[in-house]
Design a protein around this ligand. Structure first.
Ligand code: CA
Length: 242
């Protein structure tokens, strides 16, 4: 095993660092040109030709970037973008807009696109934007995103999702969850949680912590009465599973 490990490891590492891009574009010629060029740059590329299949692909597997045309058959790029954001996805999105449609640019950014490019564009410009978006999205994503089971918490974007769907949490619930996630594996007393999460602006009551923990379990745990993430440490407090 030792002998083969040396050859397997570099391959595995190369695959892990290969960035995945999804192109959602109905103009066949443009889609092919983009796909070929991005592949040449070393990206792994998938293409969808309409909004519905684009959304389905984006929802099914993680991408590092989505190049999303606005004018698509069936469902517009704006709708696709909005739906992805609603379900808690923070994938960088580069929107392709028609030249004269300034409103598309505004609408695109409003629905959560990170950048846009007007058609026709120079390939060099698209490549530069793609690279910048992937670079920008990366360290922050890695540092701020925490996955446990099917639950994903994005600390930077203050988003929580479970089974790919956005979960609505209150500001206090999010702060408590953040503290848990940042102290995984440590036993946290109710006093510490009150002090760190609630500060001194409330009348201290360990019941406050218990109630919020119950709410979080309700929202995040498959079986709230038999929690897998936010564990009770009898007599001491709580612990977020490591
Ligand atoms: Ca189009």
């Amino acid at each position: 095993m030792r002998g083969t490990g040396a050859t397997i490891f570099p391959v595995a590492r190369a695959m892990a660092t290969e960035k995945k891009i999804l192109i959602v574009e109905d103009e066949g010629g443009l889609a092919t040109t983009l796909k070929d060029r991005l592949r040449k740059e070393g990206y792994q590329v998938n293409v969808a030709k309409d909004g519905l299949s684009g959304f389905a692909l984006a929802a099914a597997e993680p991408f590092d970037l989505i190049v999303l045309d606005v004018m698509l058959p069936g469902q517009s790029g704006l709708t696709v973008c909005q739906k992805l954001r609603e379900r808690g996805s923070s994938v960088p999105i580069l929107m392709l807009t028609a030249r004269r449609q300034l409103t598309d640019k505004v609408a695109g950014l409003k629905t959560g696109a990170d950048d846009y490019l007007s058609k026709p564009f120079h390939m060099a410009e698209l490549l530069a934007r793609v690279e910048a978006l992937i670079r920008r999205g990366q360290p922050a994503t890695a540092a701020s995103r925490h996955q446990f089971g099917t639950v994903c918490v994005d600390l930077r974007r203050t988003e929580v999702s479970r089974d790919g769907r956005a979960v609505a949490v209150s500001a206090k619930e999010f702060q408590l969850l953040r503290y848990f996630v940042e102290h995984r594996g440590a036993t946290l007393s109710r006093d510490e949680l009150l002090r760190e999460v609630w500060g001194y602006d409330v009348t201290p009551s360990s019941r406050t912590v218990d109630v919020h923990v119950a709410w979080l379990r309700q929202k995040l745990e498959k079986d709230p009465r038999n929690p897998q993430f936010i564990l009770t440490v009898v007599g001491l407090g709580y612990k977020f599973a490591d």
